[in-house]
Design a protein around this ligand. Structure first.
Ligand SMILES: NC(=O)c1ccc[n+]([C@@H]2O[C@H](COP(=O)([O-])OP(=O)(O)OC[C@H]3O[C@@H](n4cnc5c(N)ncnc54)[C@H](O)[C@@H]3O)[C@@H](O)[C@H]2O)c1
Length: 262
């Protein structure tokens, strides 16, 4: 049970990238942080790192696609800390593939993690919040692809568009329990994935210059940029904000179109 008088946050997919940034920021903000992630090595490593800094972290290996795994995770958290105050649905996979080549297995891989996972984690964490009378917050990590997209992104765009739609409905369904639900929609974010994508290109420097030109701020986001907004949406400072969809993309999605020659 919760012996320590701290808030408890569950971060799915906390082992790397944006999720790691979010988990680390909550840990430095005095939360008990549950690392609900699939990769055991990443989860154990981050738990060790945070605990060595004197922070409270608890790794629970979780597959957000699997109902039993999500139920087991919520049960483990309740028995360890007694409650959940905040859920961050961050776990996600990205797969861009031409429609004419995409298979049903590709569809399931993306949609089961990025959309079904948000449904399952929200359902079982919200149930625990209601039972323990916690007036909590759920923050879904979506994408700018929920608003505007590109060719060959059908599966990812559908999943993230679904996350935004579900966010609005959950905000309405859970409002009477005092639970707020919002989503944060990152654009390009400097993670290992981004660096791998960039360095797979023939001319990474030229591609990077092109990417930066698309941003009104002249830079892409960092996991810390995302984590700061998530921290705000989890806090009392956002007490009357629910059902919101917030881009963190340096102005990328604001542009009508991009062209160099007119
Ligand atoms: N990186 C970006 O540029 C970017 C942009 C927009 C949106 N996003 C979104 O941000 C979120 C995090 O992206 P990232 O780039 O940091 O990804 P990442 O691949 O670096 O991290 C994803 C994490 O999720 C975990 N994970 C994967 N499948 C899981 C499952 N079934 N159950 C539990 N955990 C699982 C992985 O182990 C990993 O720890 C995703 O939802 C992604 O769609 C990322």
């Amino acid at each position: 049970m919760n012996k320590i008088n701290k808030k408890v946050v569950v971060v799915t997919g906390a082992g790397s990238g944006i999720g790691k940034g979010i988990a680390s920021q909550f840990a430095t903000s005095d939360y008990c942080v549950v690392l609900a992630t699939l990769n055991k090595q990443e989860g154990e490593q981050l738990e060790k790192e945070l605990v060595s800094l004197g922070q409270e972290a608890y790794f629970v290996q979780t597959d957000v696609r699997e109902e039993q795994s999500v139920k087991d995770m919520v049960r483990a958290v309740i028995s360890h800390y007694g409650k959940v105050d905040v859920l961050v649905n961050n776990a996600g996979v990205t797969l861009f593939k031409p429609l004419l080549e995409a298979t049903l297995d590709d569809w399931s891989r993306v949609v089961d993690t990025d959309l079904r996972g948000v449904f399952l984690c929200s359902k079982y964490v919200a149930e625990a919040m209601v039972k323990t009378e916690v007036k909590g917050a759920i923050i879904n990590i979506s994408s700018n692809h929920a608003f505007r997209t590109l060719p060959h992104t059908e599966m990812y765009a559908a999943a993230k568009g679904g996350v935004n739609a579900m966010t609005r409905s959950m905000a309405l369904s859970l409002g009477s329990y005092g639970i707020r639900v919002n989503c944060v929609c990152p654009g390009f974010t400097d993670t290992d994935h981004y660096q791998t994508w960039l360095h797979d290109k023939e001319s990474p420097d030229a591609v990077e210059r092109d990417v930066l030109k698309l941003h009104a701020t002249g830079r892409i986001s960092t996991p810390a940029d995302i984590a700061r907004l998530v921290g705000f949406l989890a806090s009392e400072a956002s007490a009357n904000i629910t059902g919101g969809e917030f881009l963190v993309d340096g102005g990328l999605t604001a542009a009508l179109y991009h062209a160099d020659n007119f």
